[in-house]
Structures are given as structure tokens and as C-alpha cells.
Design a protein around this ligand. Structure first.
Ligand code: KG4
Ligand code: ZN
Length: 345
């Protein structure tokens, strides 16, 4: 199968062509246009995001088809992110995909953005395929899943408040770093002394037992408040900023790594797959590698594949297309909906 993927759920307009079958796939092209304008506002402005998608979507699709040497006549499917995300932004991709499907006769597949992130890492690491424990850490979501097979997602834990990326962005803002702040905070933390600011590990206690409500869940809003208090209490923020960044990153990565290690032990898993923008964080990957143990393989995507892109949408779309999960022309955009195939144990 040869498939076109389209992604417009937030502030990246992206299109990609991918071909193959099962887990044997080839990425033929990937175009990602990032909307820099939101930096001025310190966060994504939904109305502006929709308008920019509107002007870029067709040129981005043209470029992706051109790079792959593909035409609509040679495509077997068009996969588009239809949920979750900013509804106005999603609508641009969904409307474009439906219009193209209707005029060319190429069938349509609706893809859940987070299922895309789950598939992303396998584009770079052929062994990052089920069964595995997945940690999805993006700007809007933090999920710990057991994935025995593609399409079967058992929800083990999630954040009770802020997503991991959101916590990074908020802590970065408090430290005066540009938006989105995750990678800037990681860079700053490299110069930080880990012993200067030691923040409480949120939702991490030794007395937690399998079956407890909070055994796998996380919570980051208290950590953000701790960073705020540290910034306010600092006598010399220029000197302390790196130490505070290090203290914050250590607390967050340590918590996530321990929750992943618990899942690995409970499910007797030998593979961990990371997805979402925060999976770019090297300290997080190192913490998970250390806590999970030497016999466990940890797969993390490169920044281009970790953050929002259409290759992951084409990859998840291929899986659904092979099962005949076609969407009708009434496919709608939705701001929040569970991953298809997700169950709570
Ligand atoms: O998956 P993604 O591109 O978009 C969403 O679907 O949300 O994730 C974006 C998030 C942002 O919060 C960004 O600050 C964070 O990923 N991020 C990082 C790093 N690179 C990106 N967080 C921590 N360390 C990084 N190196
Ligand atoms: Zn994402």
C-alpha cells in the first residue's frame, strides 16, 4: 500500500508519503511546516493556527507527493488526524483530506493523533513494535500503556493534571525561557547542580502497591508550584536558574522512569517505547534506561519523529487501512476522544 498522511492538529502543517505492509514500511517523504508565529504569544493561538494551516495545507501536500514522486492515481489511502487537538486546526486537515478523497476516489482513513505517536518510533527503530510498554509524553497528554498488539492499548496510568510537556513549558516560562520551553529547559539543566534544589517526586511513594489508584498515575501541578516558589525565593535567579531547571527535570524524569519501571516489572515486558515531544528529552530516556534495567530495550524517536508529524499518521493509517477501517465523508474533527482500542484494565 502507498498512503498519504496529513497532520494539522496543533501548530505543525505536515504531510508524508509512506509505503509498505505490516511492519515493513518505507518512509518516502515527510514535510513539516512549523508555525513560528505562536512564539510571540507564548503559546498556540487556535485561530491563528487554523488560518496558517489553511494557507499551507495544499502546498505542503504537493511537496510531500512531489518528494516521493507520487500522484493521487498511485495512492491506496489518505490518512488524516481527526482527533484530538484544536478543533479548528483539525478541521483544515480533515476538510482537505475529504475533498481530495472525494475528487480522486482514494479512500479515507481517520487517525487518532496519539495512536500516531505510538507508531512513530517504529519508523526509526524496526524493533519498536508490540508487545511493549509505551510512555506517551506530549504537550497535551501523559499516558502509560501496555501495548500487547497494534490496536490494543491497555491504559495503566495517566496524569491527574498537567501533561509532562505542559509542565516543562510552564516551568520554562517561570525561568524566563522561550516557548515551547521543553528543549530550552533541558539545555539549561545541563549546567545545573542536582543537589541545589531537590523537589518532591510527585505521586511517588515507597508504600504504593500494585492495584493502588496512584500506582501508575502522575501529577505535575505541584512540581510547577514548587518551581514558582523557588524562583520567587531566589536571591540570584541568574545563578539559580540552571539549578532550579535541573531540580525540576530530575523530579519529573525520575517519577516517569519509576512508573515505567513498575509497568515493565508488572507486565514482564522487555521493551519500552517512548512517544511525543518530551521523548526528545535525553535525561528522561537515560532515567528510564537506568530504572528499567539492562535487559529492557528502550526506544526513543529522534526530535523530528517525536514531535508532531504526518509520517506517524500515515503509519497508523496504514495499519487501519490494511484492516479496512475506512472513514466515510462525514468524518468529523473532535477535540477529545479516546484512542480507538484503548481499555482500562
Ligand atoms: O508531541 P508534541 O510535538 O505536541 C503535542 O502533541 O503536544 O509535544 C510538544 C511538547 C512541548 O511541550 C515541548 O516543550 C515538549 O514537547 N518538548 C520537550 C523537549 N522537546 C520538546 N520537553 C522536554 N525536553 C525536550 N527536549
Ligand atoms: Zn503530538
Amino acid at each position: 500500500m502507498r498512503i498519504l498522511g496529513i497532520e494539522t492538529s496543533c501548530d505543525e502543517t505536515s504531510a508524508s508519503v509512506l509505503s509498505g505492509s505490516g511492519n515493513d514500511v518505507t518512509l518516502e517523504s515527510l514535510v513539516i511546516l512549523s508555525q513560528d508565529v505562536h512564539r510571540i504569544f507564548g503559546g498556540v493561538v487556535p485561530e491563528i493556527a487554523s488560518r496558517q494551516h489553511l494557507t499551507s495545507i495544499l502546498p505542503v501536500i504537493d511537496q510531500a507527493l512531489g518528494d516521493a514522486g507520487a500522484t493521487f492515481a498511485g495512492l491506496d489511502a489518505i490518512a488524516v488526524t481527526h482527533a484530538p487537538g484544536l478543533v479548528g486546526a483539525l478541521l483544515v486537515g480533515v476538510a482537505a483530506a475529504k475533498g481530495l478523497s472525494m475528487t480522486t476516489g482514494v479512500p479515507l482513513v481517520g487517525v487518532h493523533h496519539l495512536e500516531g505517536h505510538l507508531f512513530a518510533t517504529s519508523l526509526e527503530h524496526p524493533d519498536a513494535v508490540p508487545p511493549f510498554i509505551a510512555l506517551l509524553v506530549s504537550g497535551g497528554h501523559t499516558l502509560l500503556l501496555d501495548v500487547p498488539a497494534w490496536g490494543r492499548y491497555e491504559l495503566l496510568g495517566a496524569t491527574r493534571d498537567d501533561a509532562a510537556g505542559e509542565a516543562f513549558d510552564k516551568a520554562a516560562k517561570l525561568l524566563g525561557l522561550p516557548y515551547p520551553g521543553g528543549r530550552h529547559l533541558e539545555a539549561l539543566a545541563r549546567d545545573g547542580d542536582p543537589s541545589r534544589f531537590r523537589f518532591t517526586r510527585p505521586m511517588l511513594r515507597r508504600d504504593q502497591r500494585l492495584g493502588d489508584d496512584d500506582y501508575y498515575d502522575v501529577s505535575f501541578s505541584g512540581l510547577k508550584t514548587a518551581v514558582m516558589l523557588a524562583v520567587k525565593g531566589s536571591q540570584n535567579i541568574y545563578e539559580d536558574a540552571a539549578h532550579i531547571a535541573r531540580g525540576f527535570q530530575d523530579a519529573l524524569t525520575d517519577t516517569l522512569a519509576e512508573k515505567v519501571a513498575r509497568a515493565v516489572r508488572a507486565r514482564e515486558s522487555t521493551r519500552v517505547v517512548l512517544g511525543g515531544g518530551v521523548a526528545c528529552n535525553r535525561a528522561l530516556v537515560a532515567a528510564i534506561e537506568m530504572r528499567a534495567g539492562r535487559e529492557v530495550q528502550v526506544f526513543a524517536p529522534s526530535p523530528r519523529i517525536a514531535t508532531d508529524n504526518a509520517a506517524m499518521i500515515a503509519r497508523a493509517g496504514l495499519f487501519h487501512a490494511e484492516l479496512g477501517h475506512w472513514a466515510a465523508l462525514d468524518l468529523d474533527a473532535s477535540s477529545s476522544t479516546p484512542i480507538p482500542g484503548m481499555i482500562r484494565p
